[in-house]
Design a protein around this ligand. Structure first.
Ligand code: ZN
Length: 355
């Protein structure tokens, strides 16, 4: 599959919600819009078809004053999985997750890989100013930005969206990691799709990013940034019956109905996740290298599944499909960046993880 590449917005495209884009575009599409500064801001939306805040933010941004005024900076817009958007799904059952198929991915070669290779090479040549990939999630999470490198410009870009910033290296093959090779690059998580607050936040952020002259090459001050590193991912094995709260019935693994309230809270050891039927944890925790570490993170006490060590979860969801298609949650630990006030740090030292 090839990307469609356009040098203008198709007429009235901005009038259409995400679910209707497949009727007006011929597949994943890259659109170049010129602005006063030539080095473009790259913006990616709808890699996950049901995560519509990014597209809604772009619609509002471009329907406003920039219909008459020139853009302050060129904009290169990537509109991702519109066939999944037409169905309101993250991806269609026969598709792989688009945001695992960018250069650097580890899931073989499928329908998206060639297309995303081309998008990457096309944009790399344009020497983008920065890259912003916009998502939603299903659980109760604060809005936050994520980076794939501890790089001053990327951290500055991220901390303009949220004080909480997540550093992750897994899963591989994500857009922000691929583009981090050639420009400051962030992923935005804008809370649940369809909520006005997520769209507003993304819209305001895009407008401010378009108007930036440059990004500081200095690490943000510690008081402007809470940086967390993802150290484990928690999954439920495919065969296992599970559920949340009252909806769990007699499933082997019955998670608390409001588990997602734990997102971005520092959980002490002994925090309850679920009730289990047969004395086994049911869930599996893996390190970012893919090594199973369930016993390091969780234990069964009586009929309860509890945590064994301090951690902060992110992306905890109570949506069974989201757990099946992706994961239950990520577990994070706090990172302290080494900051020298006033020092210019082109090559920051590696962070020290907090114990
Ligand atoms: Zn997403």
């Amino acid at each position: 599959m090839q990307p469609v590449i356009l040098d203008h917005l198709p007429a009235r495209l901005l009038e259409h919600p995400a679910a209707a884009l497949a009727d007006h575009l011929d597949g994943p599409t890259l659109i170049h819009l010129p602005g006063r500064r030539p080095s473009p801001l790259f913006v990616s939306v709808l890699q996950h078809g049901n995560e519509i805040s990014g597209w809604d933010a772009v619609r509002r941004l471009l329907s406003g004053r920039y219909q008459r005024d020139p853009l302050p900076r060129s904009l290169t817009l990537f509109i991702g999985n519109i066939s999944a958007a037409a169905q309101g799904k993250r991806h269609l059952p026969e598709q792989t997750d688009m945001n695992r198929c960018w250069p650097g991915g580890s899931n073989g070669r499928g329908e998206w890989h060639g297309l995303l290779d081309q998008v990457t090479e096309h944009v790399r040549v344009l020497k983008p100013f920065a890259s912003i990939d916009i998502h939603n999630n299903t659980g109760e999470n604060p809005h936050y930005a994520a980076v794939n490198r501890i790089d001053p410009r990327a951290l500055n870009l991220a901390s303009r969206f949220s004080r909480t910033v997540v550093y992750f290296t897994e899963p591989a093959g994500v857009q922000s990691a691929a583009f981090a090779d050639f420009c400051p690059s962030v992923t935005l998580e804008c809370g649940p799709p369809g909520k006005r607050g997520g769209t507003d936040h993304a819209m305001t952020y895009l407008e401010s990013a378009l108007n930036l002259d440059e990004l500081p090459e200095r690490l943000p001050h510690p008081e402007d940034l809470d940086l967390f590193q993802v150290t484990a991912v928690v999954r439920v094995p495919g065969m296992l019956k599970f559920g949340f709260g009252a909806g769990a019935g007699d499933a082997a693994l019955r998670f608390d109905g409001h588990l997602d309230r734990l997102n971005f809270t520092e959980m002490p050891p002994g925090t309850r996740f679920a009730r289990v039927a047969d004395g086994r944890p049911g869930i599996q925790a893996f390190s970012t290298e893919g090594e199973e570490q369930t016993g390091d993170w969780f234990e069964v006490v009586g009929d309860k599944l509890v945590t064994r060590r301090p951690a902060m979860p992110a992306m905890l969801t109570t949506d069974v499909d989201a757990v099946r298609q992706d994961c239950l949650c990520y577990l994070m630990e706090r990172v302290r960046i080494q900051h020298r006030r006033g020092a210019r740090m082109d090559h920051p030292e590696l962070p020290e993880s907090a114990p």
